[in-house]
Write a protein that binds this ligand. Structure first.
Ligand code: MN
Length: 500
């Protein structure tokens, strides 16, 4: 449901009017060549547009303001081919509001040992000019990504692609709108948060509806539409009636089809892209939305259960960012449920009451109808599967009272040792890095939630860059985590972030 817009990035090369026309013509030619090759690499998710070389304050200011005002421009990549006195950049940078990248590269890869002279040195001095530029960006306290290396290096291009994905997230975040059908679950602390501050920091609009507003739309869905969608489910998924009567089973599945159609209509008419439900606040809904929510998440909607709007918006944001990856493995709302503490086989079984996104599924997806142990509605239909193996990140956004913190844990998703035939929900099983003992300890010390936004398709570095762009704290739990250092990092961060 996320339509890839005609987004672009600009490539802006800095220089000055000191080197003569011939040199500036070469600078322009080199910038063109680099842009072309980067676009031809097939690695970048968006087009990079080469802008005329910037040689004075007026052109810098004009260009960066044009980037601000062009809705197709997501961010600007800067590079100083020669020396570009950085005072010229102050006004432009002060007024620039979009994500910024500093590609610290050089046109030639190797020193031309046999022919190098002072003219060559003066023309190819990004080692020199990029330091001057970097100084002013740092002095002005502007958040930016710095990427170092030759522009033809696949790793460098990959870093640029990863940053573009983060920049997309920063831009699109302010368009996220969450519809809450039900408030935060009574007495639960970690899913609470300051919605005003979330809009200031991330741009999220978080609205509330009486669930019965949705019920009216769900009840008005045509029976023929419900039948058609249920038929689609029956062709797409394995049906596991497990002793229930065929007809009775289908009636339960139809109720989820009705909810899916009604929810989609409600959300699209009001332009929402993330949803929050609460199993205890279902009004006239006959079932807790299970299969319906799973299908909506697969379509790209964010989701958070029990009133958790922070996770819903973060899942949506991750879905947007991963939408540029054609080989994406999946992104889902998730919950830490139960442990395996057997030595050497440690891990956390992830699931929820129902709502796990089928984008992470490996193999068959089945429909089951089972009672919920909580709430007082009909037995809901749900999709049941296990998750793909592989590395991913589990993230939790918490509100510490005066600010947000994003906790990012690198995890390794595995198959469980044995199948769990009696468990009527979709699951993932993962071991957090560096191991369960340290990973869970760090997570708890950081105040991380039981709900997470999980994806296979974003890196720890991308999530850190995203937090940096929003100006919030991030804490990484990965193979380098050491508890003593981690606790100190939180202490240092508290001094920094409480003042910013
Ligand atoms: Mn939950």
């Amino acid at each position: 449901m996320f339509e890839k817009k005609e987004y672009k990035f600009w490539f802006c090369t800095g220089s000055q009017d000191l080197y003569g026309d011939e040199c500036l013509a070469n600078v322009a030619k080199h910038s063109q060549k680099i842009t072309e090759e980067l676009n031809n690499s097939g690695i970048l998710p968006f087009e990079l547009v080469c802008k005329p070389v910037l040689i004075d304050q007026a052109s810098i200011r004009k260009t960066l303001n044009e980037a601000n005002n062009d809705p197709e421009v997501v961010g600007v990549v800067t590079w100083m081919h020669t020396f570009s006195p950085a005072k010229m950049w102050i006004m432009g940078l002060q007024e620039y509001r979009k994500p910024l990248c500093h590609l610290h590269t050089q046109f030639n890869e190797e020193i031309p040992y046999d022919t190098i002279d002072m003219d060559f040195m003066n023309e190819n001095q990004s080692a020199h000019g990029d330091r001057e530029y970097g100084h002013i960006v740092t002095r002005m306290g502007i958040e930016r990504k710095v990427i170092v290396g030759h522009w033809s290096d696949k790793q460098v291009i990959k870093e640029l692609a990863d940053w573009m994905t983060v920049a997309l997230g920063v831009m699109e975040s302010s368009h996220i709108r969450v519809a809450r059908f039900g408030d935060n679950m009574n007495n639960v602390a970690v899913t609470e948060g300051d919605k005003v501050e979330a809009q200031i920091k991330f741009g999220w609009e978080i609205d509330h509806y009486n669930v019965n507003d949705l019920v009216k739309v769900v009840d008005a869905v045509e029976g023929s539409d419900v039948k058609a969608l249920t038929d689609e489910y029956y062709t797409k998924y394995k049906i596991l009636t497990e002793g229930r009567k065929e007809e009775e089973f289908r009636r339960h599945v139809e109720e989820q089809a009705r909810i899916e159609i009604g929810l989609l209509k409600f959300l699209s008419e009001r332009n929402y892209d993330a949803i929050v439900t609460h199993f205890g606040m279902l009004g006239g809904l006959k079932q807790l939305p299970g299969l319906a929510i799973q299908r909506l998440m697969e379509k790209g909607y964010g989701f958070g259960a029990e009133g958790d709007w922070k996770t819903a918006a973060l899942v949506r944001l991750m879905k947007i960012m991963t939408s540029v990856n054609k080989e994406a493995k999946g992104t889902s709302f998730m919950e830490d449920y139960t442990y395996n503490l057997v030595k050497g086989e440690e891990g956390i079984l992830q699931a929820h009451m129902l709502e796990v996104c089928p984008s992470i599924a490996q193999g068959d997806i089945s429909i089951k109808v089972n009672p919920l142990s909580m709430g007082n509605r009909e037995d809901p239909a749900r999709l049941v599967f296990t998750a793909k193996e592989g590395k991913g990140v589990a993230c939790s956004l918490v509100d510490l009272g005066n600010r947000f913190r994003l906790i990012i844990n690198a995890v390794d998703v595995k198959q469980t040792k044995k199948p769990m035939p009696k468990l009527p929900v979709a699951t993932a099983f993962w071991t957090p890095e560096p191991d369960l003992k340290i990973g869970a300890k760090a997570w708890i010390l950081a105040g991380g939630a039981h709900h997470t936004s999980f994806t296979y398709d974003l890196s720890v570095d991308q999530m850190v860059d995203l937090a940096d762009a929003f100006g919030i704290e991030s804490l990484v739990i990965d193979k380098n985590t050491d508890i003593r250092k981690f606790k100190n990092e939180m202490r240092f961060n508290s001094i920094y972030y409480d003042r910013h």
